[in-house]
Structure formats: C-alpha cells, structure tokens
Write a protein that binds this ligand. Structure first.
Ligand SMILES: Cc1cc2nc3c(=O)[nH]c(=O)nc-3n(C[C@H](O)[C@H](O)[C@H](O)COP(=O)(O)O)c2cc1C
Ligand code: SF4
Ligand code: SF4
Length: 293
C-alpha cells in the first residue's frame, strides 16, 4: 500500500504526527511519502498512490486557510481512500468533519478520522518551562499510542468517523471558522511587528503563504495569511504579535517544535517549482512559494 501523508503545520506539531503516521504505517508494510501541503497545492496525485492522508492543526474549530486552499485545488478522488487527522490544543469542534465532507464532495472515500490533543508550542512567561515540556511529552506519548492504533485500524480496514456534534456546537464552530477565514484576508490588521525587529528575513522565509515581507518594518503583511503563528514562533526577537489572539503571544514564550526549524530551513533551500498538472511526487523539503496560488 502506498500513502501520501500531506500535512500542514504552523509550529511543528502536525509535522511530528505526520512522521508518527509514517513510522506506524511502515510497521504494516505501507510505503509513505510525507509532504507539506504548500508543495502540492497545484499538483496532481500520482496514480500509484492508493491512500491520501491529510493532517492539519485545528484553527478556529476548522482547518487552516492554506488547507482550505489545498482542498479547492485537489483533483477528484475517483473513489480513492483517504484519512484525515487533526491536531488541536483543546477543542476540535467540527474540524475533521469539515475536511471529511470536502474530501467526499471531491470523490474521496474518507475511511478514518482522528483528532489528537497536544499543548501549544509555548509556555507562559511566569511558568516553569521544564514543567511545560513534561506535560507536552506526556501528551506526545498518548498521541503516539493513538497513532499506533489509527495505523492498525487503517491497515486492517477498520473505519473510524467522528460523531456528528450537537447542532449548536456545529453552528458555533462553523461561524468561528468563517470569521477566521475572513480575518485571513485582512492579515495586515492583525499581524503587527514591533520596533524590536531587526529585519533578518527569517519570518518571511518561513511563511507558508508568502505574505510576510522580508522587511516587515517597511512593508505590511499581505492578505491571505493563514494565522499559523510560524512567523511569531521563529522570530528570534519576539517582535511579532498576532492580534487575532489578543495578548496570548505576548504572554507566551513561543517556539517551534524541536527539529521543525531545520525542516523549514531545508525546505527553503531544496524546493522545486511545481507546475499545474505535474504529477504529485511528495517528499519532505519541497515547500515552494510558487505553489501557493
Ligand atoms: C489561529 C489559531 C486558531 C486555533 N484554534 C484552535 C481551536 O479552535 N481549537 C484548538 O484546540 N486549538 C486551536 N489552536 C491551536 C492549534 O491547533 C495547536 O496549537 C496545534 O497543535 C498547532 O499545530 P501545528 O504546530 O502543527 O501548527 C489554534 C491555533 C491558531 C494559531
Ligand atoms: S504571516 Fe505569519 S501567521 Fe501569517 S501565514 Fe505567514 S507565517 Fe503564518
Ligand atoms: S524574524 Fe523577527 S527580527 Fe527577523 S525580520 Fe521577522 S520580525 Fe524582524
């Protein structure tokens, strides 16, 4: 069985789960390609891929805008099996159901859905970073066990679907998500850069949608931000504040998941420019801004 594990990850948690899926599915003899969503936005799935796995962080009870874009651009599934997973800090809302419905509308057969809870990549300024790291490690041990179970179910064909939530919950989560999508179009209002910035270009190079300028003191952030917090987490001077989450960034010491900064750095150097209709050939390190519509 060959699976493409396409993921989006702002700060590295979903990236880590994608590799857990690859490792656990590998034990069942599956061949997997782990690939960031940014690199496949305009590509086709190669015909020899039997399964599409799509992982994403929950953003305002739904998938990130960049995943929404991916779902728009994705070619028809023609009955191909797919599975989805979401990574959240605490409340998943209707996120996996939104993605499942969109995939099914495109002709994919979604056979498995799973949500994982992992604390944010950050700790409160007044709290002990070692305690935060311990609680995160406990969460990852649990995620590892759940991914192992998911891999077993996928390999043996056992379906898992999220329960349809209460109508009020679905309405609330839908309206939050729509508000988030609208806010993404007005990023300049919400992403602010303070005078602590010494334009180094790190945030621009890491931005998955290419909206962060290389000198954010002189140029505004463009529209189509996906509010992934990558720029705020990578900035060595903590000069970026996302006002959509009032105050939180200021009180959190943010960071990327260990190892993820290196993946982002590799992606910057090793990207290949995909073109419309080119076969989907996943491989880590292929993030390319040309792929972002
Ligand atoms: C804009 C935004 C909205 C978020 N909304 C939610 C949410 O509705 N529910 C939740 O549990 N976590 C929410 N989170 C937290 C992320 O889902 C969580 O930190 C996740 O682990 C991030 O994964 P990543 O490191 O792959 O980006 C949100 C994060 C951001 C940046
Ligand atoms: S500007 Fe920052 S929050 Fe927005 S998409 Fe780029 S890295 Fe993510
Ligand atoms: S990473 Fe921070 S210091 Fe560097 S350009 Fe961006 S905001 Fe400025």
């Amino acid at each position: 069985m060959k699976a493409a594990l396409v993921y989006f990850s702002g700060t590295g948690n979903t990236w880590r789960t994608a590799h857990l899926y690859a490792a656990h599915l590998g034990r069942f003899g599956w061949a997997t390609d782990v690939c960031p969503v940014e690199s496949v936005l305009r590509q086709k799935l190669a015909p020899d891929i039997d399964r599409l796995g799509l992982g994403f962080p929950v953003n305002a009870f739904g998938p990130p805008r960049v995943v929404d874009r991916f779902l728009h651009a994705l070619p028809p599934g023609e009955g191909r099996h797919a599975f989805v997973w979401a990574v959240a800090a605490g409340i998943v809302g209707g996120a996996t159901a939104v993605v499942r419905d969109r995939l099914e509308a495109k002709g994919y057969r979604v056979v498995h859905e799973q949500a994982y809870l992992v604390p944010e990549n950050g700790h409160w300024r007044w709290s002990d970073p070692a305690v935060a790291a311990m609680s995160k490690e406990r969460a990852w041990n649990r995620v590892d066990r759940l991914v192992a179970r998911a891999a077993g179910e996928l390999a043996t064909g056992r379906a898992r679907r999220s329960r349809p939530g209460h109508i009020r919950q679905r309405l609330l989560s839908g309206s939050m998500w729509r508000w988030y999508l609208r806010s993404c179009e007005h990023a300049a209002r919400y992403v602010s850069v303070t005078a602590a910035c010494r334009p180094c270009g790190l945030c621009a190079a890491a931005c998955p949608t290419g909206v962060m300028p290389s000198n954010p003191l002189e140029h505004a952030v463009g529209s189509d931000c996906t509010f992934c917090l990558r720029c705020a987490s990578i900035c060595p001077r903590q000069a970026i504040t996302i006002r959509l989450l009032p105050g939180i960034i200021r009180f959190l010491h943010r960071h990327l998941e260990p190892g993820y900064a290196e993946v982002l750095a590799g992606a910057r150097g090793g990207g290949k420019a995909p073109t419309q209709g080119e076969p989907f050939t996943p491989g880590e390190g292929a993030i390319d801004k040309a792929a972002v519509p």
